[in-house]
Design a protein around this ligand. Structure first.
Ligand SMILES: [Zn+2]
Length: 460
């Protein structure tokens, strides 16, 4: 933690933004963990050492940052950003004026400035890149860093696009720049502006962007480096800021000897400047084209936005339709299920109805049978009752007959007794008669004895 390099302002980077960036506790600048390696970033020897050698442009930028090769960018940057920069400069600081671009890379902006009428020169660190830019555009390009350069006259304007964040000693470099400007000269910077985007901010390239400034910290930096009239406005790209500042009108700007010789005689530069002034209609035409392009782009963006809005509506409608279809399908499914259930209930009900009908028929048959049986029972009961009555009547007859028989028996017994008595009386009468007959015969026989023996049976 104590190894983290100090901020340009001397403050301590503390709050981590990513593993490679911390926020300065004093000024708010994001400080890369690489920010302390001055030798690596401040000097390019023979293009084999130093961060900004030819390898940076030809290998690192296309390979690691996925930007087009420098030759391609010389063309694409011209229309995508150099024209926009030029337009701003034509408004704020029109030619004639001399301009030095720090970090001119392919040299396209220097060339465009020249064509627009500025006496423009560039500065780049790599000998190979410097040579390529000179050859590509036939422009004046110095080999930096600017701390080791001197120029034979001060510039009116120094521009540095996407450079400030790469400087290992920004305050020192900005102080040096001041010395190479004429009194009242202008500094124009474009640099990323950190607005608290956090760890996902695409500008967090720790190996290249050593310091990433907020609006406040860049203002503090320029103030501490002695710049005045600092203006900050929106830049071409939303993640950048556009800074314009003025060198105070102070005497005594230095003009030290440059370690590197100028690349071409002053006369040649002057000749190209006058030539570029004469071609201003070309710049006008380019800017017109740019504006037309902007109009077309705005119309295209509006059409795109309209189309996106319509597509959103369409998507929403399609989604709603699909949802409605899904809902309908679900309801159809439920309906089918309910119909199936109802049919099953109908079938079940029919079956039950049939059972009910059968059971009712059986019950009716039972009722009818029972009625028949009840009728039969009633008839049998009536017959039994009749029999009972008949029997009772017969019992009465029987009792009466028995009584009559018993009376007859008694009467008979009485008559038999009478008969027996009468018989006995008769027998007694008979016996008495016989006795009297016997007496009568004996009496009658005593007189007549020997004359009448022929009548023995008459009295037996
Ligand atoms: Zn700081």
């Amino acid at each position: 933690m104590s190894e983290w390099p100090a901020c340009w302002c001397g403050g301590r980077p503390e709050a981590p933004v990513t593993a490679s960036y911390r926020t300065c506790n004093a000024c708010g600048t994001l400080v890369s963990s690489h920010a302390g390696d001055r030798q690596h970033y401040q000097w390019v020897g023979d293009d084999e050492s130093g961060h900004y050698g030819a390898g940076y442009w030809h290998d690192h930028v296309p390979g690691d940052l996925h930007q087009p090769p420098l030759d391609e960018r010389a063309r694409s940057d011209m229309k995508e950003r150099c024209l926009a920069w030029l337009e701003r400069l034509l408004v704020s600081d029109p030619p004639p004026a001399s301009v030095l671009e720090l970090g001119c890379a392919h040299g396209g902006f220097v060339y465009l400035l020249s064509v627009a009428g500025y006496a423009a020169e560039g500065l780049e660190m790599s000998p190979q890149i410097v040579a390529e830019a000179r050859a590509r555009f036939d422009i004046v390009v110095h080999r930096g860093p600017i701390e080791q350069c001197s120029f034979d006259r001060p510039f009116d304007i120094i521009v540095a696009m996407d450079l400030l964040e790469h400087l290992v000693d920004p305050r020192g470099t900005l102080e040096v720049c001041k010395r190479h400007l004429a009194p009242g000269g202008t500094l124009v910077l474009q640099t990323p502006c950190y607005r608290g985007e956090g760890a996902d901010w695409p500008m967090l390239l720790a190996d290249d962007h050593l310091f990433l400034y907020t609006a406040a910290s860049s203002n503090q930096l320029l103030s501490e480096a002695g710049w005045v009239d600092i203006e900050m406005t929106e830049a071409l790209f939303p993640y950048d800021m556009w800074i314009r500042a003025r060198r105070p009108d102070l005497p005594g700007s230095s003009r030290a000897a440059c370690e590197l010789p100028r690349t071409e005689p002053q006369a040649a530069a002057d000749s190209r400047t006058s030539r570029s002034v004469s071609t201003r209609p070309l710049i006008r035409a380019l800017l017109d084209l740019r504006h037309e392009g902007q109009v077309y782009a705005a119309e295209r963006d509006a059409i795109d936005a309209d189309r996106r809005a319509k597509e959103d509506v369409l998507q929403r409608v399609v989604a709603e339709r699909e949802a409605a279809d899904a809902d309908r399908q679900a309801k159809d499914k439920v309906l089918r299920q309910v119909i199936t259930d109802r049919d099953a209930i109908d079938v079940d009900r029919q079956a039950k109805d049939e059972v009910i009908a059968r059971v009712a028929a059986e019950r009716d048959a039972i009722d009818a049978d029972r009625q028949v049986k009840e009728d039969a029972l009633a008839r049998v009961i009536a017959e039994r009752d009749a029999i009972d009555l008949d029997r009772q009547a017969k019992d009465g007859v029987i009792e009466r007959l028995i009584a009559e028989r018993d009376a007859i028996d008694l009467d008979r017994q009485a008559k038999e007794a009478v008969i027996a008595r009468v018989i006995a009386e008769r027998d007694a009468i008979d016996a008495d008669r016989q006795a009297k007959d016997a007496v009568i015969r004996r009496l009658s026989e005593r007189p007549r004895r020997g004359t009448d023996d022929s009548t023995p049976g008459e009295g037996s």
